[in-house]
Design a protein around this ligand. Structure first.
Ligand code: UDX
Length: 442
């Protein structure tokens, strides 16, 4: 099939590359000329395991990446300013870019002759509020392209595992009322659904809602376990035992029940806010979602509170080492990362901060400049520090040389924001150890 992908962010670049890998003729378009130049030169704009190799292979074979699909083409008209957090102040999703692209596609197809149903399908993969696909269809018609079908096809990939998630999805969700359109998408996804994973066809509204409901449920699990962990801390219970104790109940299960310093990233914070906004607009206050959001905001302060309680009035002037800055491992993405809230609080309290992250340092440097010390290696961050804070659970932090750590870390205090170490062995090694919900009454 011939596929044009508008936008080469996480979803666009992964989708385009995987569709090229399965034999389609893919053209990726982006309104950022630097990104396009980078892609032409064989680079990719994000860190995502396996993606660079796959882009390189398919850029030679099938995919073409260019920024000028035609005088009135979407790449040209879609030159709109994208905000870092595509959300209005009230939490509503900012659809400026989506509508700009819809208008541009409509204009580009104005003179195209009508084809049979399903001949030209505009697929929305962005997470958009319920009703947006209907608005996209209206805009296409208003722009003079009434013979174009619109389908919702939410993407569920996770950063750090994006290719695996695309190639082996748990399910594919397609929102359309026209069987011809769902058949086009069924054919496109067939190579990825060999393992009997379901291809679910529903209305565009239900498909749009499915994406929000999935992210809302996952965010709820995280805020739930974080609240339980905080209670464990106060009552002397160990959340890790409790997690196992509940996870073996198949109705509950294990995934997404790891406590930590709060969820971050480009999806959960934005989508929880957006679903709250959808409720507000329909006069239905979503109390659970508001609580999930509030618990997460508070959780981003949990590490700082533990640090403050440990050092007391002597916190100002201390030096702290941070391991992990990305919002999760295997990405360089720092959007809404808990590490940023912690850095802000530490700097505000007069603490010197030394940081290390395997991939996200350049992004953090762009925000903080020389206010932080950037260590090329994990141990470099520890030198002369009063304490270590593990903020992101990169695999390389799981089994450090504890003797080296003890030598470098003046204070021998570890705040483990991801529970990667065990309290008792850490204490036996001579560290003062704080986990999240590990029952320390600390
Ligand atoms: C998420 C959804 O998982 C994905 O389906 C959707 O398409 C986009 O949003 P992503 O944001 O890439 O993906 O990361 P995810 O692995 O879901 O983690 C989100 C945040 O939750 C991270 O900050 C992570 O550290 C945190 N998290 C996750 C926890 O704190 N505990 C957990 O048990 C799981």
């Amino acid at each position: 099939m011939k596929v044009a992908i508008i936008g080469t962010g996480y979803v666009g670049l992964v989708t385009g590359t995987c569709l090229a890998e399965s034999g389609n003729d893919v053209t990726c378009v982006d309104n950022n000329p630097n990104k396009v130049a980078l892609l032409h030169g064989g680079g990719i704009p994000i860190y995502e395991p396996g993606l660079a190799e796959l882009v390189a292979r398919n850029a030679r074979r099938a995919a073409r990446v260019h920024d000028r699909p035609g005088r009135r083409g979407p790449g040209r008209a879609a030159r709109v300013h994208r905000r870092r957090h595509p959300q209005s102040d009230a939490g509503d999703a900012d659809l400026t870019a989506v509508f700009a692209v819809a208008d541009a596609i409509g204009a580009a197809l104005r003179d195209a002759p009508p084809g049979p149903p399903g001949a030209r399908v505009v697929v929305t993969k962005s997470t958009v509020p319920v009703g947006t696909n209907a608005q996209v269809a209206e805009r296409l018609a208003a722009a003079g392209a009434p013979h174009v079908d619109v389908a919702s096809n939410p993407e569920f990939l996770k950063e750090g595992a994006a290719i695996e998630d695309f190639m082996r999805p748990d399910r594919v969700v397609v929102g359309t009322r026209r069987p011809e359109v769902s058949e086009v998408l069924r054919e496109l996804y067939a190579p990825f659904l060999r393992t009997e994973r379901p291809f679910l066809v529903m209305s565009p509204e239900s498909a749009e809602m499915t994406k929000y409901a999935a992210n809302a449920m996952l965010a709820t699990k995280i805020s739930f376990i974080n609240e339980m962990a905080n209670l464990c801390d106060r009552l002397g219970a160990d959340i890790n035992d409790v997690r196992k104790g509940i996870g073996h109940d198949q109705r509950i299960g294990f995934p997404f029940l790891f406590p930590g310093p709060g969820y971050g990233g480009s999806c959960f914070p934005k989508d929880v806010e957006a679903i709250i906004a959808m409720g507000r607009r329909t006069a239905l206050p979503l109390k659970l979602m508001q609580a999930v959001d509030a618990v997460n905001d508070a959780q981003k302060q949990v590490l700082f509170t533990k640090i403050q309680q440990h050092f007391g009035a002597a916190l100002a002037g201390r030096t702290l080492a941070l391991w992990g800055l990305a919002f999760k491992p295997r990405t360089d993405d720092i959007r809404e990362a808990p590490a940023l809230a912690l850095i802000d609080a530490l700097l505000g309290a007069g603490v010197r901060v030394r940081v290390h992250d395997p991939e996200a340092m350049a992004n953090v440097r762009a925000l903080y400049g020389d206010t932080l010390y950037y260590a090329d290696r994990p141990y470099g961050a520890l030198e002369g520090a009063d304490a270590l804070v593990v903020v992101t659970e990169w695999p390389e932090f799981r089994n450090p040389d504890f003797e080296v750590m003890k030598r470098l870390l003046t204070g021998r205090v570890v705040f483990d924001g991801r529970n990667v170490y065990e309290p008792r062995p850490m204490e036996a090694l001579g560290f003062t150890y704080y986990g999240i919900g590990r029952g320390g009454r600390k």
